[in-house]
Design a protein around this ligand. Structure first.
Ligand code: 9MR
Length: 366
């Protein structure tokens, strides 16, 4: 990969905390006795097309997760066609940097290839056929990276915020059974890999309780499950941090690892609080007030709240094994386009110029 002089200058600035504080400490070193620090990585990044994001990630993070390239629609778009290029590059990228590589995602109702649930007449396949398709998909994907992936998000977003099962085709065709089956197949393909269940809005009490029940059920059956992932797509006014911390405690009490798997905090007005990618609404300028830059008072509010969130993580570092940001810098976050396309948001650890956010810079400088 080509590296020019400005990249070295940028790497130097990042290393000393953007030139404002002389600190040799990186984010991953700072939290090394507490948890891994991860970032979701998009395809251009692993293909060497984003040298600046690469400097930030290589320096500050010790774990990566695939933002999109391992999703069914990307990797297995048609029944007998797999596309490995991007996922291979992603895994190699993490290995070359000695990072904990996380696979995302095996069973998710969204971004699943259209063929997955239907027969040639366009009707749902039988339960037996769906089991077979799930098995083929999971065993092929997990098997390809056997021994190279630290852990997999096996099942994603299967419970609604009110604690009921999401009526996805997986559920409609197989009922609750698709969850244990997914864990069983993933374990069969790579017995050493850790296996996680993952969702957004994990501070909702009914959702929290249902996940505790599901985890108990899986363990009763002797299936491997290692962690509960709290996505943590949060905002300045949600969730209630008391409920959020309670979920960390309750999930920790199951004896499983708790992981913060998709952290970002929107700084622009809340349209709605769910992180369901299907919930898009039409653009309204009133919901995009900071396109020229984040006002000082909002930036302060963002940094103060994120600092409180990290205090919670540190307090519970005995059960939290990883904190992963859903991206690297504000310019590449999905939140600029969700739930309204074309907004300018400020949700990640680095800004659009790759400067570290103040709350973290201050920690490293201390
Ligand atoms: O960040 C991802 C975005 O680029 C994709 O367009 C979107 C749809 O697949 O998925 C985003 O990532 C989602 C993750 O896979 C699961 N939890 C919610 C995340 C944000 O939508």
């Amino acid at each position: 990969m080509k590296t020019d002089f400005s990249d070295w200058v940028l790497a130097g600035m990042l290393f000393v905390g953007c030139g404002t504080a002389k600190s040799p400490v990186t984010v991953k070193e700072y939290f090394k006795n507490e948890f891994l620090i991860g970032a979701a990585i998009p395809v251009p990044h692993v293909k060497g097309l984003d040298a600046k994001a690469d400097s930030v990630v290589s320096l500050h993070f010790n774990s990566i997760v695939a933002e999109n390239c391992m999703k069914c629609g990307e990797i297995h778009p048609r029944k007998d066609e797999y596309y490995w290029d991007a996922a291979d590059a992603f895994v190699r990228y993490g290995e070359e940097r000695g990072m904990a590589v996380i696979g995302h995602v095996l069973v998710w109702h969204s971004q699943v290839a259209p063929w997955f649930f239907y027969d040639s007449a366009g009707s749902y396949v039988t339960p037996e056929e769906l089991k077979k398709r799930m098995h083929d998909h999971i065993v092929t994907v997990v098997g390809r990276y056997k021994g190279r992936i630290k852990g997999w998000d096996v099942v994603n977003e299967v419970i609604e915020d009110n604690g009921t099962y999401r009526r996805s085709p997986f559920y409609e065709i197989l009922g609750e059974e698709f969850i244990p089956l997914a864990f069983q197949y993933a374990h069969e393909a790579d017995p050493e890999a850790e296996l996680y269940i993952n969702d957004y809005s994990m501070a909702c009490p009914p959702k929290r309780e249902e996940y505790v029940r599901i985890v108990g059920e899986l363990r009763k059956r002797g299936l491997r499950i290692d962690g509960i992932g709290m996505q943590s797509h949060i905002g300045l006014d949600y969730p209630d941090l008391g409920e959020y911390e309670k979920s960390i405690e309750v999930f920790g009490n199951t004896g499983l690892q708790v992981m913060i798997t998709e952290l970002d905090m929107t700084a622009i007005p809340t349209v709605h609080k769910r992180a369901d990618v299907a919930d898009n609404v039409a653009f309204k300028a009133a919901f995009n007030p900071y396109k020229e830059g984040l006002p000082e008072n909002v930036s302060k509010q963002w940094n103060a709240r994120m600092d409180s969130v990290f205090q919670i993580y540190r307090k519970h570092s005995d059960v939290i094994s990883r904190v992963t940001w859903w991206g690297t810098h504000d310019g590449m976050s999905w939140r600029n386009d969700f739930p309204m396309r074309g907004r300018t948001d400020y949700p990640l650890l680095f800004d659009r110029e790759y400067r570290m956010k103040q709350f973290m810079e201050e920690k490293l400088a201390r």
